[in-house]
Design a protein around this ligand. Structure first.
Ligand code: ADP
Length: 260
């Protein structure tokens, strides 16, 4: 009887082990396929500007006599495509660095009000070019344990999007608040909004609601992935409220203290 029990126990352990192996294989397959998807997205995103550069330069090379205005116009277009490729590569490098979790964040006591004021000062000319007003209000002084540079980039992406996806004459409102445990940064715009069924996807790498429109706005589709990864590394969270044609509000929660 004892032998039977041991046999049963061993059998159960083997079943558990087999299940665990299956589960691990599934997980690995998922990671692998999302990696493949990522590489294929990167290639596609870089190929598009590269093809434009090829077409533009070839059409100049193939003409016998090129009028000066055409040269200037085509070179201008080539230059913008190169800028686009640089923007994609810069964002990718940032993401890769964030992914390498072994590089620790540089946590230090950070004055979030100063961070917000700096960001808004930097973004104001961008907004002014579209007659968009940025309103900033802080409920209190907030000190948080954060990586100032990375957090600045993460918040800048939100403000940058708010300006990009808001038509001329709109408003962007930024609020800094905190309770005993968390800082809350909310960026609200009166822009085009995000369709309800796409709200969950905007943090995905390269995801853009409207590819053609967003190409015109110069987006890479990586900004919010960078923001998301940064917020996660600060052990925070992020939530989105949005209504098409009315606007979007994104709130970031960052713990004031990191307990590690
Ligand atoms: P992008 O570089 O294209 O702006 P992001 O990762 O920053 O990429 O954002 C992903 C997509 O989410 C954008 O392409 C846009 O479609 C949508 N989005 C982000 N922020 C806003 C916003 N404030 N209003 C409307 N749509 C937004």
């Amino acid at each position: 009887e004892q032998r039977l029990e041991i046999k049963n126990q061993t059998h159960n352990e083997i079943v558990d082990l087999a299940l665990a192996c299956n589960h691990m294989a599934d997980q690995l397959e998922k990671v692998d396929s999302s990696r493949q998807q990522f590489v294929s997205n990167v290639s596609h995103e870089l190929k598009t500007p590269l093809s434009s550069i090829k077409v533009l330069s070839e059409s100049i090379l193939l003409q016998e006599e090129v009028p000066k205005e055409m040269y200037v116009e085509f070179l201008h277009d080539i230059n913008s495509e190169i800028d686009r490729m640089s923007a994609i590569i810069n964002d990718l490098l940032t993401l890769v660095k964030l992914d390498q979790k072994e590089i620790p964040l540089n946590f230090a006591e950070t004055d979030l009000n100063k961070v917000m004021e700096d960001i808004i000062k930097r973004m104001t000319p961008l907004a002014a070019a579209k007659q968009i007003q940025i309103h900033y209000s802080k409920e209190k002084e907030v000190l948080a344990e954060a990586d100032e540079m990375k957090l600045t980039l993460a918040i800048s992406n939100l403000v940058d999007n708010a300006i990009k996806y808001t038509p001329e004459g709109g408003n962007v409102t930024v609020v800094l608040d905190a309770d005993h445990q968390n800082a809350f940064i909310t960026v609200t715009d009166t822009g085009i909004g995000i369709p309800e069924d796409e709200i969950n996807r905007i943090f995905e790498r390269f995801y853009r609601v409207d590819k053609t429109r967003d190409r015109e706005t110069g987006g890479t589709g990586l900004g919010l992935s960078i923001t998301y990864a940064t917020v996660m590394m600060h052990n925070g969270s992020i939530k989105v409220n949005s209504k098409e044609e009315e606007g979007t509000s994104i709130q970031m929660r960052i713990p004031l203290h990191q307990n590690s």
